[in-house]
Design a protein around this ligand. Sequence first.
Ligand code: PDD
Length: 288
Amino acid sequence: MIPGVDNDSIVYLNGDYVRLGDAKISVLDRGFIFGDGIYEVVPCYGGKPFLMQNHLARLQRSLKAIRLETGRGIADWEALVADMLSRSGARGDCSVYLQVTRGVAKRDHGFPADSQATVFCMVSPLKRPNAHKRGQGMTAVSMPDERWLHCEIKSVSLLGNVLAKQYAADAGVDEVLQFRDGNLSEGSSCNIWVVKNGVMRAPVRDNLILEGIRYGFLEQLAADAGIPFESRPIPKAEVAEADELMLSSATKEVLPITQYDGRPVGSGTPGPVYARLRAAYDQAIAAL
Ligand code: PDD
C-alpha cells in the first residue's frame, strides 16, 4: 500500500499493465541507482491530452540528450498515452506521467553495453488550480540556483529541484524563484514570467532552464493577445520591481505570484496580463 495514491489504478511497466500497488522494478534499475532517466508530465482535460505532441517531442529530445536509445518514436509514445487513457477510463482531468530509464544493469557509472530501457507510465487525477489560487495568487521567495548545467533536460535526477521546493515549504511559501549569476532561471518545477510596463519577459531558453511546454504556448497566447514578449536575461532587481509575476507548468497551468520575498507584487493582486493569459488558456482547454 502506497499512501495517497490509488493502488488499484493500472500502470504500464515494460509492456505489462499492472496495479500500481503491485508494480515493481529492480533495485539495480539505473533510474533508482543513478537517477539515469527522463520523464514527462502531460496534462489531460476531459480525458484528452493537452499539447501532447510538444510533450512527446521534448521527451525524444531529452532521451537523445542523454543518449538513451529506446527504439520508440513519437507515434509509439502517443499510442501508449492513448492506451493508458482508455484503460484508466479517465474522462475527467488527469495527468499522464511517463518515465524512461537506462534500465537494469550491474552498478557501474558508464553506460551498460546491453541494458533494456525501463518504461513506466501512470495516469493520476489532476487537481486544477482552484479559484482561491487563481484569485489570491501564489507566494514565492528567491534563492540561489544550485542545480547542474543541463536543466534543459527533463531528467529524473531532481534532487536540486526537490531541495528547492522544500526551501519554499520551509519558508512557508508556495514556490521559489531561483537565480544563477544574478539572473532569474526558474521555479522548483515551473517556469517564471515577469511583466513590466505591459511587456512580458521570460529567461532565455538555454541550458539553465527547462523549456516548459507552456513557455512556447504562453508566448503564442501573448502574441495572439497583442502582449509584447521578450526572452532575455532578467536581473534580480527587475524581478523585485515587476508589475506582475507568473508561473507556469503542466499541473499549475498559469498562475499569478502576488507575494515575493515578503512583499506584494505590483498591487498584490493578479494583474491584467495574467487575466488575459488565464482567459486564453482556459479557452484553449475548453476547445480541446
Ligand atoms: N514540471 N521547469 C521545471 C524545472 C519543471 O519541472 C517544469 C515542469 C517546468 C514547466 O514545464 P511544463 O510547462 O512543460 O510543465 C519548468 C513538471 C510539471 C513536474 O516535474 O511535475
